[in-house]
Design a protein around this ligand. Structure first.
Ligand SMILES: O=C(O)C1=C[C@@H](OP(=O)(O)O)[C@@H](O)[C@H](O)C1
Ligand SMILES: C=C(OP(=O)(O)O)C(=O)O
Length: 413
């Protein structure tokens, strides 16, 4: 049995940084994720004048309920959508002139529904180049609050950004949501807001957020469930056994639901209060699965699908086309490089394992950490897999190759 120590959750760390910055008092985050996305978020806060103190195991943030400590700032959000979508709302609640820009891929990724909602709330927000995309400029003078309509069918992060903003407005927010993808991420947001002293109420499709601000706390960041998916998939694909402590029945992240997909395929899964264990049984059945709620794990499943005994069809994942790359096409392209038959549609991918074993090839990373980490799992059973850009794992797990290499030595085969 192998016990794997998975680094902290990106989503939880990003939210915790926002909440800590907005809270009244000093917050300590224990075991935050240290990766390009979360270091970028913390750097953004520093640019906005917040104090972020770092030790190897904890980050400490001096909260400022009144908003950024500087009157002007230029914030580079790197490749992280949480930074690029959450930080502008934090800035909007303060006073000053703030500009946000991001990596070329993050500039291509959409933001329009969020910026429209902020404008509807009276925020002076301008896109400097393409409408609905970074770079953008906010002339912030606080947010009054009230009711706003939001389409979060492309990204739940728009809704999370507005929910996080709610308690910083003068009247609170009523957010009427017309569509929502990646819904479990909103549950993470609501649960974490509660820990920082704010109760979000739901009335059907309306989220009601009271004004009044956040309270500082000591917060333990749980391990990243999307990262854990590579290690669970490794066990399922090789007949090995992997245990991840800290991701148990009380975990906040919906992506832990990936183990239910592995269970449907034939793996043995046990989850208790302490963590989750996956044991490969030698059986990996094909299936049709809707991954709308957990689409960050779509590439993980696509990458082990060639080992299934029948076709694997993944549905309702159209939003993976606007992530670090077009993930449906990236997975299809790389599976074809391995000699695997695959088809895609607007929001689905179907992998059809053949009688021939996949062959080794260079994987085209498209700068996407999940493409690399997913096909590393394929590499456990297919000799000769290499990557054109292995380093792009830095976005969420700089130490991935070392950790996965250590696991490889402990798995069967
Ligand atoms: O809120 C979050 O932390 C995230 C939400 C999801 O994005 P979408 O809601 O855009 O699907 C997920 O893919 C991303 O990695 C992190
Ligand atoms: C889509 C992802 O990240 P983000 O949207 O936060 O950039 C991801 O980590 O898979």
């Amino acid at each position: 049995m192998t016990v794997v120590d998975i680094p902290g959750s990106k989503s939880v760390t990003a939210r915790a940084l926002f909440l800590a910055a907005a809270a009244d008092g000093v917050t300590t985050l224990r075991r935050p994720l240290r990766s390009d996305d979360t270091e970028g978020f913390a750097e953004g806060l520093t640019r906005l004048g917040y104090r972020v103190g770092k030790t190897p195991d904890a980050w400490q943030i001096d909260g400022r309920p009144q908003g950024p400590a500087v009157a002007e700032a230029d914030v580079y959000c790197r490749d992280g959508a949480t930074t690029a979508r959450f930080l502008p709302t934090l800035a909007a609640a303060g006073h000053g002139s703030f500009r946000f820009d991001a990596s070329p891929q993050m500039r291509r990724r959409p933001l329009g529904p969020l910026s429209r909602a902020l404008r509807d709330l009276g925020v002076d927000l301008r896109h400097e180049e393409a409408e609905g995309h970074h770079p953008l400029r906010i002339e912030a003078s606080g947010v009054e609050g009230g009711e706003v309509v939001l389409d979060a069918g492309q990204s739940s992060q728009y809704l999370t950004a507005l929910l996080l903003l709610g308690p910083l407005t003068r009247k609170g927010l009523r957010i009427r949501v017309t569509d929502l993808v990646s819904a479990p991420y909103v549950e993470i947001t609501v649960a974490m807001m509660r820990t920082f002293g704010v109760e979000v109420r739901r009335e059907g499709t309306v989220y009601v957020v009271p004004p009044g601000g956040y309270t500082a706390t000591i917060y333990d960041i749980e391990p990243d469930a999307s990262t854990a998916s590579y290690f669970f998939a490794a066990a399922a694909a090789t007949g090995g056994e992997v245990t991840v402590p800290g991701l148990g029945t009380g975990a906040l992240q919906g992506d832990l639901g990936f183990v239910d997909v592995l269970r449907r395929m034939g793996a043995e899964v046990t989850t208790d209060a302490q963590g989750t264990r996956v044991r490969g049984t030698g059986e990996l059945r094909g299936l049709t699965v809707n991954m709308r709620d957990i689409s960050d794990t779509m590439p993980t499943l696509a990458a082990i699908a060639p080992f299934a005994s029948g076709p694997v069809r993944i549905e309702d994942v159209g939003n993976t086309r606007v992530k670090e790359c077009d993930r449906l096409e990236a997975c299809a392209e790389n599976l074809r490089r391995l000699g695997v038959e695959v088809a895609t549609g607007p929001d689905w991918i179907e992998i059809r394992p053949g009688s021939e074993a996949p062959v080794g090839a260079e994987i085209k990373s498209y700068g996407d950490h999940r493409v690399v980490m997913s096909f590393a799992v394929t590499g456990l059973r297919v000799p000769g897999i290499s990557f054109d850009d292995p380093g792009c794992v830095r976005k969420t797990f700089p130490g991935f190759h070392e950790a996965f290499g250590a696991l490889r030595g402990q798995l069967p085969g």
